[in-house]
Design a protein around this ligand. Sequence first.
Ligand SMILES: [Zn+2]
Ligand SMILES: [Zn+2]
Ligand SMILES: [Zn+2]
Length: 361
Amino acid sequence: MTTPAEKIVREIRINPIVPSESVLVATARSMRPKKAEAPAPRDTRTHVETCPFCTGNEHMTPPVLAAYPEEKNWEIRIVENLYPVLRDDRSNPSLSFGLQQTIDGYGRHEVLIDHNQHGIAIHEMSEPHLALLFSVYRDRMEQLYRSNSRLRYVLVFKNFGPAAGASIAHTHSQVIAMPVIPDNVQAEVTNSRAFYRKHHHCIFCSLIDEALTFEATIYDRESGEIRRKINVGQYVIERVGKFIAIKPFASRYEWEVHILPLLHQSDFLRISKQDLADLARVMRRTMARLDAVLGGAQYNYFLHSLPHDVDFEDCAASYHWHIEITPRTSIPSGFELGSGLFVNTVAPEAAAEKLRAVEIP
Ligand SMILES: [Zn+2]
Ligand SMILES: [Zn+2]
Ligand SMILES: [Zn+2]
């Protein structure tokens, strides 16, 4: 029997949630259009004298917006971004002309200092700390949505390591509240709503059900012979309490993993205290797996939750919040940028098998 790791895969996989997004999974060596250079190593120091985000240098950061548990002995701090991509001043009112339509770059851009230790990675943080971090995400999102009704989406994300575009070495996340809904969130929300209208079922819940189906056999209708045996459970990386980490069947990135609540929930703001602890655990364990397999993971992760927007008020049953983790192991090639087709050179089944095999302390 061949293991998924040995099998050569060369197929275009359609993202079940956003079908316009497809991925060329091509594991044959000759199909490898991009070559990952060894990424610049990440900064692993605990404390850096000159780092404005390190303890003792609090006076060097932009104004502090919040600190947890308190400013004096902070573990997590939120500060203004010195170079915000969006801000709430009105000094540059936008002017639209002809086809050159613009929307005010109104919004907020904040930096969340994840930890008082400079180069600590997510899998090295304690689970109570991670639970606090996720509760800070939740509370800040809620405050921002409440602060102004013109804000249509609050995006929380993290860039970790120079390969993932982190310009500040000290571990941090970012919160951007914006006057538009990002394209990819909009596509997920509208497509899952269409699926719900047709099937009366959340597509994300269906994907979880499929992932938890351990074997499916397809028989030939005429002869009754087995045509194909599929092990769908092979996409599960981790199951902790009320959460699951899945390797998407149509993964855009070689080591992409998604984390979802097992029970349906559309809005991350509704997460309970108990669930925060489970989320912290599944996150730490998944990151430890990625770090072990990649030998130091540099990644982006981002949170997709139901937008607080009148256009999507009817999507509570059809949308399902999740965290997408996208480790960076290569740079997009011209083929990918020109075609819009992602190329993934590691079969998601094989990647999942490797991630599952990691022994976690
Ligand atoms: Zn630092
Ligand atoms: Zn669901
Ligand atoms: Zn998403």
